[in-house]
Design a binder for this molecule. Sequence first.
Ligand code: XIL
Length: 373
Amino acid sequence: MHLSFLASLVLASSLSVATAQKVKGTPKRGLDYYAKRAGLKYFGSATDSPGQRERAPYATAYPQYDAIMWDSGEFGQTTPTNGQKWTFVEPQKGIFNFTEGEIVATKARDAGMYLRCHALVWHSQLAPWVESTTWTPDALRVAIVSHITNVVGHWKGRCYAWDVVNEALNEDGTYRNSVFYQVLGEDYIKLAFETASKIDPSAKLYYNDYNLESPGAKVDGAKRIVKLLQGAGIKIDGVGLQAHLVAESHPTLDQHIEAIHGFASLGVEVALTELDIRLQTPATATNLALQKEAYKNVVGACAQVKGCIGVTIWDFYDPFSWVPSVFSGQGAALLWFDNFTTHPAYDGVVEALKNKTCGGRKKASRSSMDWNA
Ligand code: XIL
């Protein structure tokens, strides 16, 4: 009797330890939790180094911000918003500085998150010396190879993916007249991917652009880039749909599915890489409802089409968004308001990941999920 009482005490205490451990080990049911349940690799948020750009005036918000960004279980992936861009990493010819990019890359590693690396060859936030030089084709080739060799080499083995070429297209699908295109034509795209593939064969190499989220001339242009590389036997693994969308005029679920599917059918993966959905400020019940629908459509499309592997929002906290400084009169584009409460769109994303978006539509390719657990 006495023994069995002891035994039951031991059993009871070991059970409560087990229960406590289970509770402790249970991931928070945040965005990354639901994304993984939906078959995606991650749901992530871009973030910047403290003090940079949009963040500078809001230092008092950092503790609450960091608790969500790094500790909450909401995010399984991040992208440095600015720190890996040319102007930061090679501000002068041949002088490399990885300090800014390392801040986010190190935190990602400590938090066990996927790191998307961004962006190697882009006409914007380019170091001034690249644009002020009068290039011969050979000299520009050498500069591109040196840049990619050093930058990809520095983060070798740490990037799930690299945005190798960013925003090379005009809205009509023709090539943007960047310094790279002016001097080298479309060969610069081949050179960039070829070089990146040699330096870090384990990184997925992406073409990344905006306005690729619904069918049209620009989507056709991006497909042409994928085929250009594939035809030349050069590695391209993915297309990034930046997904800077507008609440009041957003595409439909079916348009998103068609665009994503179109890329996936070329044999490359797809990711939503910079998702935000801006609205005309102030935020009202009406425009927030439109925003919720828009988030639900685009995340739902990614969750439903095999080949779409993850979603990254372009920061999560409205005050840190790039939108108000670039699109006058617009804002509130992310999922957390200034006071750290969530937008209705947060619930829209969760609903989309729970695959309620399509209301009875046959799930094309994701495995069936048990949402009761
Ligand atoms: C933006 C950043 O969010 C801003 O902080 C910066 O001032 C400008 O660039 N497409 C891209 C991103 O590929 O790198 C851009 O990020 C947004 C548009």
